[in-house]
Design a protein around this ligand. Structure first.
Ligand SMILES: [Zn+2]
Length: 169
């Protein structure tokens, strides 16, 4: 079980690497077409045919459309959600850290290393996405939804563990 869990990050990493070599994006500001790194593939936001990226040529951040997959033309069938939200990365990171610390406080009462590994992995991954966004100046309301999902995930685990602790006496 523990060993199988170790394979999940490895699989995600390989899948991200595979995608980064196969997909080409087009900057909505200058029209430049480019591929992105595995890191960018794993840490940036995606809306079906669009990804929030910094253009390597003009340096502008925008939702860049996927133009090619495996050298074949991709036609966008849906538009991306247009939004001008300013993301407060610090607050989002703070909420994440607070959620994680709450988990640790509950975890200490009845330590379970497998769950700790899962929650830590969720925390580290989502925190990495927020830090990456802050460093690149990516703004989107989707980050808020992302943090909400991670808090919900960790919250469910905290809730279930609390019940287990309370009922086991
Ligand atoms: Zn550009």
């Amino acid at each position: 079980m523990g060993f199988a869990l170790l394979l999940v990050p490895l699989f995600i990493l390989l899948f991200g690497r595979y995608l980064s070599t196969k997909i080409e994006y087009k900057c909505s500001k200058c029209g430049c077409e480019f591929k992105i790194s595995t890191t960018a593939t794993l840490l940036t936001l995606q809306q079906v045919y669009f990804r929030l990226l910094k253009c390597p040529k003009c340096g502008e951040n925008s939702w860049c459309r996927i133009v090619r997959y495996k050298d074949r033309e991709v036609i966008a069938k849906v538009r991306q959600i247009d939004e001008k939200t300013k993301t407060n990365h610090t607050v989002l990171l703070f909420v994440l850290i607070l959620t994680y610390l709450t988990y640790i406080a509950i975890w200490i009462l009845k330590p379970n290393y497998l769950l700790l590994a899962v929650v830590t992995a969720i925390f580290v991954y989502f925190a990495a996405i927020v830090v990456y966004a802050a460093r690149n100046g990516y703004n989107s309301s989707l980050y808020l939804i992302l943090i909400f999902v991670s808090v919900l995930l960790i919250g469910i685990i905290v809730f279930v563990q609390s019940i287990v602790i309370l009922t086991s006496g």
